[in-house]
Design a protein around this ligand. Structure first.
Ligand SMILES: C[S@@+](CC[C@H](N)C(=O)[O-])C[C@H]1O[C@@H](n2cnc3c(N)ncnc32)[C@H](O)[C@@H]1O
Length: 401
């Protein structure tokens, strides 16, 4: 596809997003209806849409100032100006491209660089109602985190020690035309530094030699108190990323159980376990009662705002509302209360979020501990957003009796 046709696709996708539709559904419908588009076209369109959504507030504030309508075209136009793209290649007015520049757009694009920087200003691209929570939680790191949330997230993998090792995977990536760098902070991590597009298509991935996983997600769970005799339940297992990581690091020894309120999500966890060469047993809500006081550890990777990973999933930050955020907070405490009786004496709850907000992290834990005196906080870890990975929180709570 030519650049103008890609931009036109991004415009229509953004229009549907602004209409309130789910971005994943919009992309999957677009792919179905545009079979001629290749994977590199889809990647370019996706990158453009995601780049725009990460800084949507910056662009909409310019449009509001200029009393211009906020729509897909206006966002793609400002993106093109912001990144100094050749506007004549994009707004071609040809069959598959966006119509030619309007008078306002021509005038705006003639502004000097200095004026353009002034126009875009420095805007924090987070929802207004969460600004105070971010400032309170991040303190001096707030500004830096705001800038990081505007950029693309790094791409990383976790090598599966049951099937391979870091040096072999580095060699394999290089032979497949990709580039990777061994992580300095996590045991099995590789940061993908070049050409990640085919990562999940290569044989080593299909053979379960590695999984795509953020380095900080790996770091969050790397030193949890588990051993090869541990019986672990992942209570909010979803696609199983956390328990998979633990199971692989224990050479598949130990007993691993998965549960999720939405059973459909566990299908992906089952597939990943099979690929990795480990076994998970599914537990339905009905069976859970039979497992009272029987687990050494329960992972509670609870639903959260996702604020630590918004650069990876920018639609999340524009969809969250004060009401939905409140519901999430309530749910976090409910889940802790649901899992507390499943643990043996001296066993652990691993409370995990991909949020950087204290109100979803330590404050949930402190409230739980004050209501449940038979638990104590063993340790907690804030993993901050940086160039290597997303923001996470993990607290280890031990049951005393
Ligand atoms: C952050 S995601 C889990 C991600 C997953 N652990 C991973 O590493 O891939 C949170 C999950 O919690 C599930 N969930 C939400 N409320 C729940 C509840 N009350 N009981 C169990 N699971 C719940 C959601 O369906 C979602 O899959």
């Amino acid at each position: 596809m030519r650049k103008d046709a890609q931009a036109n696709a991004a415009i229509s996708i953004l229009d549907e997003f602004l209409d309130g539709q789910n971005l994943n559904i919009i992309f999957s419908n677009w792919t179905k209806n545009n079979r001629y588009a290749g994977s590199s076209d889809r990647e370019s369109i996706r990158n453009m849409v995601f780049d725009i959504l990460r800084v949507k507030k910056t662009f909409t504030s310019v449009l509001e100032k200029e009393k211009q309508p906020i729509n897909g075209r206006a966002l793609v136009f400002l993106y093109s100006v912001f990144y100094g793209l050749n506007l004549n290649e994009i707004f071609t007015g040809q069959k598959y491209g966006p119509v030619k520049l309007t008078d306002f757009e021509k005038e705006f694009s003639n502004l000097s660089n200095e004026n353009i920087n002034e126009y875009f200003g420095i805007i924090d691209n987070i929802p207004d109602f969460l600004t105070a929570q971010f400032k309170r939680s991040l303190g001096r790191n707030y500004r830096n985190a705001m800038r990081l949330l505007e950029r693309r997230a790094p791409i990383s993998i976790r090598v599966n020690p049951l099937k391979s090792d870091v040096s072999s995977i580095l060699e394999c990536l290089s032979s497949e035309g990709m580039k990777g760098k061994k992580s300095k902070t996590v045991r099995y991590g590789i940061n993908i530094t070049g050409n990640p597009r085919r990562l999940t298509q290569i044989q080593a991935f299909k053979d379960g030699c590695f999984e795509v996983q953020d380095l900080h997600s790996q770091k969050t769970i790397e030193d949890l108190p588990v051993n090869e005799h541990t019986k672990v339940l992942d209570y909010c297992a979803g696609a199983g990323g956390k328990i998979l990581s633990i199971a692989c690091s224990l050479n598949g020894n130990g007993k691993f159980y998965i549960h999720d309120i939405d059973k459909r999500k566990l299908k992906e966890a089952d597939l990943r376990a099979k690929r990795a060469g480990v076994k998970f047993k599914r537990l339905d809500i009905e069976n859970l009662q039979k497992y009272c006081c029987s687990f050494d550890s329960v992972i509670a990777d609870v639903p959260c705002s996702g604020s630590g990973a918004w650069r990876r999933n920018p639609q999340q930050k524009w969809r969250i509302t004060p009401e939905s955020f409140n519901e999430i907070l309530i749910r976090q405490t409910i889940i802790l209360n649901e899992v507390k009786d499943l643990i043996k004496k001296n066993g652990y709850i691993f409370y995990i979020t991909c949020s950087v907000l204290k109100i979803e992290n330590e404050e949930v834990i402190y409230k739980f501990l004050s209501d449940n005196k038979h638990f104590r906080l063993l340790n907690k870890k804030d993993v901050t957003i940086d160039n290597h990975g997303d923001g996470f929180f993990c607290a280890v709570l031990q049951k005393k009796n």
